[in-house]
Design a binder for this molecule. Structure first.
Ligand SMILES: Nc1ncnc2c1ncn2[C@@H]1O[C@H](COP(=O)(O)OP(=O)(O)OP(=O)(O)O)[C@@H](O)[C@H]1O
Ligand SMILES: O=P(O)(O)OC[C@H]1O[C@](O)(CO)[C@@H](O)[C@@H]1O
Ligand SMILES: [Mg+2]
Length: 341
């Protein structure tokens, strides 16, 4: 029986389990393939920490948050590198790997492919910032969670006549802020792609208050006010040397309260946006990506990634996904900005 390995790497996100189920069911039903899962991403591949993935093991998992396989940020090019990955595939009798991850995982997958290891990628991130795919699964779930939270901030804000600030995730892209802010009718949406001054934000807040509204501001974690340059990251670096974003909401809380005189409260939504059940949209998208990843493997299309183009699932070279971050365009920002203030 032909066999494939599956791993999930980098930060988790709602919908990962639906990809796993789609791949296992599609592989078995269409091709008669068997599957194994590697625990905790590339660590499981390097250390041959393997679990069998028969059809019964994926029963009912599409609605579950997180990943049943666990995840890590282990670099497969270190600690044994390509040789250890090859040996792991050989020992387990695998024709190749399906790697579910973000840009780091897919960069590692590309490097391995360049050295002759068979990998197909599935793009994953709540941030929706990967190139070569219209949407990533997990994004819709994160936006839904953020929107529900912001709706709640709005009712308490209105009762107390306060300005409420919701800080959302997204790394260097403003997608979650743009969509959750638009969905919840925010009076200002602040994203890293479009710096604005504190004066401008205060004007929007006061204009909303003057119309009798409780002002609502949605800010992306990497937003930096005009002229400030780098995002606010007072919590230092993560284990890979990247700034740990988060905290701009609280900074704006103080500043806006001072400039507008309106009592202001900030809430940082944090990892709540990444946890929990995927939305129906994400379950469908993730399942289709899982099915398509198996088809790519069956066709021998190694070194590719499955992606959403319009309403179709297509296969693109991994290098296309890694070229550049997909950020919010000026046109999308301007469209939303009509509603500010
Ligand atoms: N350019 C690269 N080349 C090879 N390996 C990489 C590269 N970038 C990251 N990696 C490895 O892949 C792992 C996963 O990357 P990362 O931590 O960025 O998660 P991700 O898959 O991008 O998901 P996310 O960033 O959305 O949480 C990293 O911990 C690192 O070991
Ligand atoms: O889980 P960690 O390592 O704190 O990472 C948080 C980051 O990961 C993401 O949730 C997904 O990339 C970002 O939105 C956020 O900046
Ligand atoms: Mg990453």
């Amino acid at each position: 029986m032909k066999k494939l390995g599956i791993l999930t790497s980098g930060g988790d996100c709602p919908g990962v389990n639906a990809v796993i189920r789609g791949a296992v069911l599609g592989g078995e039903v269409v091709h008669g393939y068997g599957f194994v899962g590697f625990r905790d991403g590339w660590r499981g591949v390097l250390e041959q920490d393997v679990v069998p993935l028969p059809r019964r093991s994926v029963r009912g998992i599409s609605r579950l948050g997180g990943t049943i396989l666990g995840t890590s940020r282990t670099n497969p090019l270190e600690g044994g590198g390509t040789g250890a990955v090859r040996e792991s595939l050989r020992r387990n009798g695998l024709m190749g790997l399906i790697a579910i991850g973000g840009e780091g995982t897919l960069a590692a997958a590309k490097a391995l492919c360049d050295q002759g290891v068979n990998v197909v990628g599935v793009p994953k991130t709540i941030d929706n910032d990967l190139g070569a795919t219209d949407y990533t699964f997990g994004f819709d779930s994160a936006v839904q969670t953020a929107t529900e939270a912001i709706d709640r901030l709005r009712t308490t804000g209105e009762s107390h006549h306060r300005c409420m600030i919701a800080e959302v995730m997204g790394r260097n892209a403003g997608w979650i802020a743009l969509h959750s802010g638009m969905a919840s009718g925010a009076h200002a949406i602040l994203i890293p792609e479009h710096p604005v001054s504190l004066d401008q934000i205060s004007t929007w807040v006061m204009s909303a208050r003057d119309r009798g509204r409780a002002p609502l501001v949605v800010v992306a974690e990497a937003f930096a006010p005009e002229g400030q340059g780098t995002p606010y990251a007072p919590r230092g670096l993560d284990t890979f040397g990247r700034p740990r974003l988060g905290g701009i909401g609280r900074l704006l809380e103080q500043q806006l309260q001072e400039t507008t005189g309106i009592e202001t409260r900030a809430t940082v939504l944090g990892h709540i946006q990444r946890g929990g059940e995927p939305t129906a949209y994400d379950r469908v998208l993730a399942t289709r990506l899982g099915l398509a990843a198996v088809e790519a493997a069956a066709n021998g299309s190694w070194g590719t990634m499955v992606s959403l183009r319009g309403t179709d699932i297509v296969t693109v070279g991994l290098e296309l996904a890694l070229g550049s971050l997909k950020v919010v365009s000026e046109a999308r920002y301007k469209e939303a900005a009509v509603l500010f203030g």
